[in-house]
Design a protein around this ligand. Structure first.
Ligand code: NAP
Length: 253
């Protein structure tokens, strides 16, 4: 099997306008799913839909900080493709600042996007999966994208690490809560992968020095998460729920 079969699934991906989210949208479409690409930058989503084709993908505007926007995004998704059975809660941000200096507004924003946003995305998805009969089909899948910062200190990223630890625990708690509702919830903790979130940092001297501390002295590539995310979204992951899986090329060793 070179890819997991996701045909018949409707997968909503948040943060699909760039980086990992765009990659997840592409691999889900390639594996046969219909993809709902969600983010705030709808011009970028439109480009992605153009690439994947309107029968395979649609774009919905969604700001995960806003409950009304999350609900409206799911409404638009259902209108286009029917009920969503799989969610990849990937939208996230960081604020690079020492704890003594970080503006409290930046701390709040990291928490709001990463924790509250993942919660709103997962909860609204689960509510709709339950309404569509996930208890009988057992097909509901939610994947939360956390980070190795959930269990390892990343220098200068206290707010980010705290937010991702919260996401990891939230995934386990939601998995337990929905275990008999036909919804599997799992968490992926990636290591550093070069995307817009960190490209500036790794272009600087400090970033290059940090990379030299990784056992393999390299960043991961966007495709390194294809297998785990495809698996967790698929029927093959029927017995996997409440798992927190590190995919970091050994960076946290
Ligand atoms: P990225 O290229 O900066 O993408 C972040 C995405 O999140 C963008 O598509 C952005 O879309 C979306 N987003 C941010 N705030 C949002 C909001 N309020 N509402 C909706 N969407 C929002 O970064 P990335 O590296 O792909 O990161 C994706 C996820 O992976 C994040 O959760 C990040 O913490 C996690 N992660 C990344 C790495 C890494 O090394 N790259 C490692 C571990 C974990 P819009 O701006 O268009 O809304």
């Amino acid at each position: 099997m070179s890819t997991f079969d996701l045909s018949g699934r409707t997968i909503l991906v948040t943060g699909a306008s760039s980086g990992l989210g765009r990659r997840f949208a592409r691999i889900a479409a390639a594996a046969g799913a219909r993809v709902v690409a969600a983010a705030r930058r709808t011009d970028r989503l439109a480009e992605l839909v153009g690439e994947l084709g309107a029968e395979r993908a649609c774009a919905v505007a969604m700001d995960v900080e806003s409950e009304a926007s999350v609900i409206a995004g799911y409404d638009a998704a259902e209108k286009a493709f029917g009920p969503v059975d799989t969610v990849i809660a990937n939208a996230g941000m960081n604020a690079q600042a020492l704890a003594a200096d970080i503006a409290i507004e930046d701390f709040d924003r990291v928490m709001n996007v990463n924790v509250r946003g993942a919660f709103l995305t997962a909860r609204e998805g689960a509510r709709r999966m339950m309404a569509a009969g996930s208890k009988d089909t057992g097909k509901g899948r939610i994947v939360l994208i956390a980070s190795i910062g959930a269990h390892k200190v990343l220098p200068g990223l206290t707010a980010y690490c705290a937010s991702k630890a919260a996401v990891a625990m939230m995934g386990k708690a939601l998995a337990r809560e929905w275990i008999n509702r036909g919804i599997n919830v799992n968490v992926v903790c990636p290591g550093y992968i070069e995307t817009e979130i960190n490209a500036d940092w790794f272009a600087e001297e400090g970033g290059r020095k940090q990379m030299a501390t990784f056992p393999r002295k390299r960043l991961m590539g966007e495709s390194d998460l294809d297998g785990i995310v495809g698996f967790l979204c698929s029927d093959a992951a029927r017995g996997v729920t409440g798992s927190v899986i590190t995919m970091d090329d050994g960076q946290s060793l």
